[in-house]
Design a protein around this ligand. Structure first.
Ligand SMILES: C[S@@+](CC[C@H](N)C(=O)[O-])C[C@H]1O[C@@H](n2cnc3c(N)ncnc32)[C@H](O)[C@@H]1O
Length: 440
C-alpha cells in the first residue's frame, strides 16, 4: 500500500508505516532525516510523486487555526489577516481537492481548534482524540478528519479510543493549563511539538492496512511534465534538467538547423523542431507546463554601446520580441515561465531579476544566487572555444553551421543556473537555499 506523508517532520507516521509494510513517500519543506521530497507543499503537483497514493497522512500546519494565534492571523469570521493564513487556506484547499481526485483514504490531523470551522473542511467526517489515550503525557485534544472513521456505514473503519478530560486523576497526562511549561507548551520547538504518539499512528495505520483488498491498485501517473525550450541552441540551460526531474517531456525549438541537429544529438529524447520560436510560442503555449525562452541577445547587449562609434557598426533597433514574449507569457500562460537575456545597454522596459550577469523574467521567485560556478574570464583567453567547451561540458568544435563557433559557445546559459531555476520553478527547495516562511 502506498502512503504519502505530508508535513512529515520527524516522520512519526512514516517510520511506523514502513514497519507495517507500507511504501512511504515523505514530503516536508525542510530536509529532515528521511524526507523524500523537500518542497513548499503549496507547490506540490501530483507529477512530483512516484505514484498516486492509497493513503495520505496530512499533518498540516496548525498555527493560523490555533486558539493561541488565531486573532493574530484571522478576522473573527475566520478570513485571513496575514499572508501566512491565506497561504495555509490555499494550500489546504488544494490538498483537499487532491484527496478527492486521488480517491484515496486520508487522515488530516490538527489540534482541536478553528480548522474544523473553515468552510473548506465542512462536510468532512471528523473525530477528536486525546493524545494521552494513546500513551502520551500530553492530553492535546486533536481533530482527525478522515473518510475512514468507523460508523454504522463503515464498519471496517478506524475506531478512535474514547477521549480523556482535564483533571482525570486516573490518566498519566500532565496537567497543562494555558501558559504552563508542561504538556505541548513545554516541548521545545515545532518539530518536537508536532510529534504524534506512536500508539495512535499504529492504531490508525494497522486498521487502514486491513482495507488492502478494498483499495484499488492505482496505476502510476503517466502524465509527464511538458516543457517548451525556445531558442534552444545547444541546450546549456537544459543540460541538467533530468537530474531535477526524470519524467519530463521537452520540446526544443531552434531556427539554426545545425544547432538543432547537435541539440538532438545531445538530448536524443527531446523533440526538436526547426522553426521560428517566437511564432511557435504563440501557436503552442497552451500545451506546456513550463516554458523557457532565450531570445537572441545581440540587439540588447552592452556591446552595442561600446561599438556604435565604430565604422563597422550597423545601426539596429533592440528587438522588441523579447518584451512581447514577457508580456504574452505573463498574461496568457498558466504554467511557470522563464525568459532569459543579457543585461541590456538601456534600462529594461520591464523589470527583470538580475542574476549572474543575466536578466530573467519569471512568474516565480528566484533565489538570490542561481549558480555557484564562476564564469570564465573571456577577456584574457586566446582559446575561448576550449575554455567555454570545458565550462559548458560541450565540444563546440563540432558545430559547422552558419553562425560562428565563438558566438555559439557564448550563447549557452550556465547549466547550474538552468538547473537551479528549473528546481525553483518546480518548487523544489535545495538544502542550502532554505530560508523561507516557517510553516509550523
Ligand atoms: C542565446 S541562444 C539560446 C541559448 C540557450 N538557452 C542555451 O542555454 O543553450 C539563442 C538561440 O536562438 C536561436 N534563434 C535565433 N532566432 C531564432 C528564432 N526566431 N527561432 C528559433 N531560434 C532562434 C539562435 O540560433 C541561438 O541558437
Amino acid at each position: 500500500m502506498k502512503l504519502l506523508e505530508l508535513f512529515a517532520g520527524s516522520r512519526s507516521w512514516g517510520k511506523i508505516a514502513e514497519e507495517l509494510g507500507y511504501e512511504v513517500f515523505s514530503v516536508d519543506h525542510k530536509p529532515f532525516e528521511g524526507i523524500d521530497l523537500v518542497i513548499d507543499i503549496e507547490d506540490l503537483i501530483d507529477d512530483m510523486l512516484p505514484w498516486i497514493p492509497d493513503v495520505v497522512i496530512d499533518g498540516r500546519p496548525c498555527t493560523t487555526y490555533s486558539m493561541a494565534a488565531i486573532s493574530h492571523h484571522r478576522y473573527e469570521d475566520g478570513k485571513p489577516k496575514t499572508d501566512f493564513a491565506a497561504k495555509c487556506d490555499r494550500m489546504n484547499i488544494k490538498l483537499n481537492n487532491f484527496y478527492k481526485n486521488w480517491d484515496c483514504i486520508y487522515y488530516i490531523e490538527n489540534p482541536r481548534a478553528m480548522l474544523r470551522k473553515m468552510d473548506f473542511m465542512k462536510g468532512m467526517d471528523r473525530t477528536t482524540v486525546t493524545y494521552c489515550s494513546y500513551g502520551d503525557t500530553r492530553m492535546k485534544p486533536t481533530d482527525i478528519f478522515s473518510n475512514n472513521i468507523f460508523d454504522l456505514f463503515n464498519e471496517k473503519g478506524w475506531k478512535p479510543k474514547g477521549m480523556c478530560w482535564n483533571g482525570n486523576k486516573k490518566c498519566q497526562h500532565e496537567p497543562a493549563p494555558r501558559g504552563s511549561r508542561t504538556g505541548t507548551q513545554g516541548l521545545k520547538g515545532n518539530y518536537e511539538r508536532s510529534k504524534v504518539p506512536q500508539e495512535l499512528c499504529y492504531d490508525i495505520l494497522k486498521k487502514t492496512l486491513c482495507l488492502k483488498q478494498k483499495i484499488k491498485i492505482h496505476k502510476m501517473s503517466k502524465k509527464k511534465y511538458k516543457i517548451l525550450n525556445l531558442y534552444a541552441c545547444l541546450g546549456g540551460n537544459r543540460y541538467k534538467w533530468n537530474e531535477v526531474k526524470e519524467d519530463i517531456e521537452v520540446t526544443a525549438v531552434e531556427l539554426d538547423p545545425e544547432a538543432a541537429r547537435l541539440y538532438q544529438e545531445r538530448f536524443p529524447n527531446d523533440t526538436v523542431i526547426v522553426a521560428d520560436a517566437h511564432q511557435y510560442l504563440l501557436d503552442h503555449y497552451k500545451e506546456f507546463d513550463f516554458i523557457w525562452s532565450s531570445p537572441p541577445c545581440p540587439t540588447h547587449s552592452r556591446i552595442n554601446i561600446s561599438q556604435y562609434t565604430r565604422e563597422s557598426w550597423k545601426p539596429r533597433y533592440p528587438d522588441m520580441k523579447l518584451y512581447e514574449e514577457v508580456v504574452f507569457l505573463t498574461h496568457y500562460f498558466k504554467g511557470k515561465f522563464v525568459v532569459e537575456n543579457v543585461i541590456p545597454f538601456y534600462t529594461p522596459l520591464i523589470q527583470g531579476k538580475e542574476r549572474n550577469r543575466h536578466l530573467y523574467w519569471t512568474n516565480f521567485n528566484l533565489p538570490n544566487s542561481v549558480s555557484d560556478r564562476k564564469n570564465p574570464d573571456l577577456s584574457r583567453t586566446k582559446d575561448l572555444i576550449n575554455v567555454l567547451s570545458k565550462f559548458h561540458d560541450y565540444d563546440f568544435t563540432k558545430y559547422n553551421g552558419t553562425q560562428s563557433k565563438q558566438k555559439m559557445a557564448r550563447n549557452l546559459v550556465d547549466y547550474e543556473a538552468g538547473k537551479t531555476i528549473f528546481e525553483t520553478a518546480l518548487g523544489i527547495i535545495r538544502k542550502q537555499d532554505i530560508n523561507q516562511t516557517t510553516l509550523f
